[in-house]
Design a protein around this ligand. Structure first.
Ligand code: UD1
Length: 346
């Protein structure tokens, strides 16, 4: 079996790392990097730390507007798929690289396997929501992380090819859990106690009022806040001519082991990331989500995550909520193996 895997952005390197090992035991994997994320601290560090094989093909698409970025990927991926004629094209998550891979394959009648299918925020102004809805609707294999995701697909009439496999990010975390350490936190210049934070979503960075409200929320936390900075957010801070609050320590984008070391040793994580909302629970740290909704309601129902929007008082109140005794159910390892078994058994 020839599987052509398309990755391009940080969270996809992390997810593909978990699947690639088991996949390569039963299939020939052709790894394509679109180049959506290209800085070494956004890309190469993840390949090194997680032992991901060198991409077979690098498209070097880089940054552009959504249409131009997705269009360049689509055209280039079509050529790659025609050349390699894979049995399956595997895509991850909800980025522009996901949509381009899915669309290029579907147009060539190659089955699409979508890892992390069925997630929904119900926000159609989020580029990620557009990407995931469209990807699900052209996919033949829909690998869902949660039963909620299965239900969401059914509401859209998608029931064929849907498999509840669990969350591959639980496998990614297990790959590096033994390498997490407080020494890495100290090496970043931090001492406990502190809060970790990440902010990168377009809806949180592009609008000046929203970003200002988030800065006020961070300023209101009674802790030092360590924030590895995403290039989009760094650019937005400059564009809006904003300054970081005095209790915020800005760090370079972190690799995976540093990031999870930072989260594991933090009093709390404040984030708008999808992945980190679960990873924080997996390493035993509660999460405050700076959005108005979440694709991961299980993290909220289990008491690990509080969705506060930009409400600073709600964020402070969430600090006092007790940390649950056990991780959220259904977020254990094994999803990557299940995906590979299903594909291999087809
Ligand atoms: C993308 C995904 C998002 C995912 C995130 C993980 C889409 C629509 N969004 O958002 O779902 O959570 O990746 O990080 O695909 N940039 C650099 N260096 C890089 C990469 C990007 O400077 O290595 C800059 C770009 O020039 C751009 C900005 O960062 O201005 C945003 O990059 P982009 O790929 O558009 O989306 P992300 O915000 O990273």
């Amino acid at each position: 079996m020839n599987v052509l895997t398309v990755v391009g952005a940080r969270p996809q390197f992390i997810k593909a790392a978990a699947v690639s090992g088991p996949l390569r035991r039963v299939a020939n994997e052709i790894l394509v990097h679109t180049g959506q994320h290209y800085d070494s601290d956004m890309s190469a560090v993840f390949f090194d730390e997680l032992g991901i094989p060198e991409p077979d093909i690098h498209l070097e698409v880089g940054s552009a507007s959504h249409g131009a970025q997705t269009g360049r990927m689509l055209e280039a991926l079509e050529g790659v798929i025609v050349d390699h004629r894979p049995d399956v094209v595997m895509v991850y998550g909800d980025t522009n690289s996901t949509l381009a891979g899915a669309l290029a394959a579907a147009k060539l009648n190659i089955p699409v396997a979508h890892v992390e299918a069925g997630l929904r925020s119900d926000r159609h102004d989020m580029p990620e929501e557009v990407n995931r809805v469209l990807t699900d609707h052209v996919s033949e294999w829909l690998f869902c992380p949660t039963s909620n995701a299965v239900d969401r697909l059914a509401l859209e009439g998608i029931t064929d090819g849907v498999h509840l496999v669990g969350d591959v990010m639980a496998d990614s975390v297990e790959m590096i859990r033994g390498r997490l350490s407080v020494d890495r936190v100290h090496a970043l210049g931090l001492q406990k106690p502190y809060a970790a934070a990440t902010i990168h979503r377009a809806e949180n960075t592009d609008d000046a009022n929203t970003l200002r409200a988030i800065l006020e929320l961070l300023a209101g936390l009674p802790l030092t806040v360590a924030i590895p900075i995403h290039p989009r957010t760094a650019a937005a801070m400059t564009r809006h001519e904003f300054e970081w609050p005095p209790n915020v320590t800005v760090l370079e984008p972190a690799g995976y082991i540093d990031m999870l070391s930072l989260v594991a040793n933090a009093e709390v994580l404040v984030t708008d990331s999808g992945g980190l909302q679960k990873e924080s629970a997996m390493v035993g740290t509660r999460c405050i989500t700076v959005r108005n909704e979440t694709e991961w309601p299980e993290t909220v129902a289990s008491g690990w995550n509080t969705v506060v929007g930009t409400d600073a008082a709600a964020a402070v109140a969430a600090l006092d909520s007790p940390v649950p005794a056990s991780p959220p159910a259904g977020f254990g390892p094994g999803a990557a193996e299940r995906i590979v078994e299903l594909l291999a058994g087809a």
